[in-house]
Ligand binder design. Sequence first.
Ligand SMILES: Cc1ncc(COP(=O)(O)O)c(C=O)c1O
Length: 385
Amino acid sequence: MPEFQGSISSKLPKVGTTIFSIMTGLANEHQALNMAQGFPDFACSPKLIELVNKNMNKGLNQYAMMPGVPLLREKIAEKTETLYSAVYHPETEVTVIPGATLGIYAAISAVVKEGDEVIILEPAYDSYLPAVELNGGRPVFAELKFPNYQVDWDEVRKLITFKTRMIIINTPQNPSGMAFSALDMEKLQKLTENSDIIVLSDEVYEHILFDGLEHQSVARFPKLAERSFIISSFGKTYHNTGWKMGYCLAPENLMREFRKIFQYMVFSVNTPIQYALAEFMEDMDEYLHLNAFYQAKRDLFQKSLKGSKWKILPCQGSYFQMLGYEKITHESDQEYARRLVRENKIAAIPPSSFYRKANDHHVLRFCFAKENDTLKQAAEILQEI
Ligand SMILES: Cc1ncc(COP(=O)(O)O)c(C=O)c1O
């Protein structure tokens, strides 16, 4: 195709291919074990696939209602009330979304205007920043403190100005595996009290917490919940990231603005999958067992690395393990991640990609949402280094 000859002024001049595509591309090229991108290498429940088929065969194949199939919204509201004692009205406060990424974009677009400041905690999932910038917002960064990636709330407080429109949080956190404590949430609640600040809480790993920790959803904190969008992802919970399904919760006045944007981005989401998820959600164990399921994987991976040169950083939740390589090389994380794929046939993510200024702590992020055999194979490779 001959290229467009007119001028294109990029709206995201600094954005290139994401690190996930780069590392997955390299993993394929070098036939390496892909521990980079955050997706499971095991199948989702066959029962869930049957339910989707059942609903397709039933003829439920046309547009769903804009905010989602009512039955699914009811199930989501029920779950949220049971787990976090928060009441969201299915009609006005719950919207089914095609994956968390779109929900994040729609929530930011709904409230962030030209010149508004948005506080982002780094290292941060890579979709927040472009979404803020495309809406004319000004990102303001606070750094989670290495190596535990704790939030310095005093630092966050100092960043707040009369222009602060939003604070974006993510717990359990990608890439660090840190999870917010109840005290973190209380501090955030105090910080935002009597302000116009809206919180965007990315909770896609809400069912993946370890060592008895409980997920501190903003929904548990009424004064926070009333100013928050919560984003969750079925893909992370039910091992089917490729289906791109999730949901957003917010009080009615915020959700009204969210839906104004959402309806022109996508209008509505896959109908038969929504019916299937509604039925599947009846079995609470399908998400409640995840903590133990992934803890066993984290423990297996960590145990298999004992005695190696890799430094195992704390991992409280999510399916990511950060490993320090200080004893191995002084290369940057970007250089070392690329060399690992080429020479050792294992792919990981260099976390400097999650920082605007490419901060490099000489760690790499490994995804342990993998079959136990894959984890053992990965550990063997890493042990040899
Ligand atoms: C923190 C975080 N937020 C959002 C997403 C996107 O989720 P989804 O695939 O549902 O769009 C991811 C996926 O890796 C993530 O790690």
